[in-house]
Design a protein around this ligand. Structure first.
Ligand code: DOR
Ligand code: ZN
Length: 346
């Protein structure tokens, strides 16, 4: 097989940043994806409808002329999010969820939630109004080993949220462990998970290959090989509860290559090709379209995109760097060869 044509995919988890930083990256996503859930962890965060609609407007203005790319917005939950914020969001045609960052879990999460128990009324309202909860599923206690944070979050928090709000529709974002795969598989149709291309392609050894590799540092951090294999198995299975979400998260070269480097991997430049590389490893494209283009819209109760994209089998090299304001952006797998290339003529 040398050519793959699939329904145009969507990215169900994307960081675009803002202003000229956003302008440097938005075209990459628009080239490959029909829609994307736009993460709200700006500074200050996207807390309410007015913030989300203004941010959406800025994204649309930064898109290449005539691009059909549709940014789907989500609110950033804080200790002060109100049920009125949730109701208003659920009535907006542009807002598709609310994102839970446990405070301190990751980049720009300081304004996140400090006590999940206080969010009861908000979860109740989301359940009632059908607004999707996207979760950064990591426990934050300083005593918890960084590689255990996802599992501890499942055991100590996610299980309880699911039990208390069984009708709440949840996307467990960027899962990294076999425990998360099992938890989602054991769940019902109100629970799904996104999987990133980097967690499909690298394990934690990649962070230390020949020295410390800051461009492989993201949160949740990559885990052991058997976890990666569980993710690959889930993504290629065709099961309805797993779909693509890149978590592409641009940081300048300086911010990554620093004594305290930022978490985040920029994959938007070659996202679709990276996912194809992962499916190629499994030697199975049977469910590629299902994972990339069907399961996500089905969970979000949106139509599939009406156009297609094609990939051809053709070796090419990911650029060593990309332009970024006052700096450069080092894309995931910079300087390495990929086997599938997006066709430009669709
Ligand atoms: O690695 C990450 N980077 N994980 C996140 O959860 C946030 C993201 C970012 O915004 O840079
Ligand atoms: Zn993210």
């Amino acid at each position: 097989m040398n050519k793959l044509t699939i329904i145009k995919p969507d990215d169900w988890h994307l960081h675009l940043r803002d202003s000229h930083f956003m302008e440097a990256v938005v075209a990459d996503s628009a080239r490959q994806f029909g829609r994307a859930i736009i993460m709200p962890n700006l500074v200050p965060p996207v807390r309410n409808c007015a913030d989300a609609l203004a941010y959406r407007q800025r994204i649309c203005s930064a898109l290449p002329h005539g691009s059909p790319f549709n940014p789907l917005m989500t609110l950033y939950l804080t200790d002060n999010t109100s049920v009125d914020d949730i109701k208003a969001a659920s009535e907006s045609e542009f807002i598709y969820g609310a994102k839970l960052y446990p405070a301190g879990a990751t980049t720009n999460s300081d304004a996140g939630v400090t006590d999940l128990k206080k969010l009861g009324p908000v979860f109740e309202s989301m359940q009632k109004h059908g607004l999707i909860l996207q979760i950064h599923g990591e426990a934050t206690g300083p005593e918890i080993d960084v590689f255990d944070r996802e599992k501890v979050f499942i055991d100590n928090s996610l299980s309880a949220i699911r039990a208390s709000f069984p009708g709440l529709r949840i996307v467990f974002e960027h899962i990294t462990t076999s425990e998360a795969v099992t938890f989602v598989r054991d769940g019902d149709s109100n629970l799904a998970a996104t999987i990133t291309p980097h967690h499909l392609l690298i394990n934690r050894n990649a962070l230390f290959r020949g020295g410390i590799r800051p461009h492989h540092y993201c949160l949740p951090i990559a885990k052991r090989e058997h976890h990666r294999l569980a993710l690959l198995n889930a993504a290629t299975s065709g099961e309805a509860s797993f779909f693509a979400g890149t978590d592409s998260a641009p940081h300048s070269e300086q911010a990554k290559e620093s004594a305290c480097g930022c978490a985040g991997i920029f994959s938007a430049h070659s996202a679709l090709e990276l996912y194809a590389e992962a499916f190629e490893q499994q030697n199975s494209f049977t469910h590629f379209e299902t994972f990339m283009s069907r399961n996500g819209p089905d969970f979000y109760q949106l139509p599939h995109n009406s156009t297609t994209v094609s990939l051809e089998r053709k070796s090419w090299m990911v650029p060593e760097s990309l332009p970024y304001p006052e700096s450069r952006l080092i894309p995931f797998m910079a300087g390495e060869a990929l086997q599938w290339k997006l066709c430009q003529d669709d």
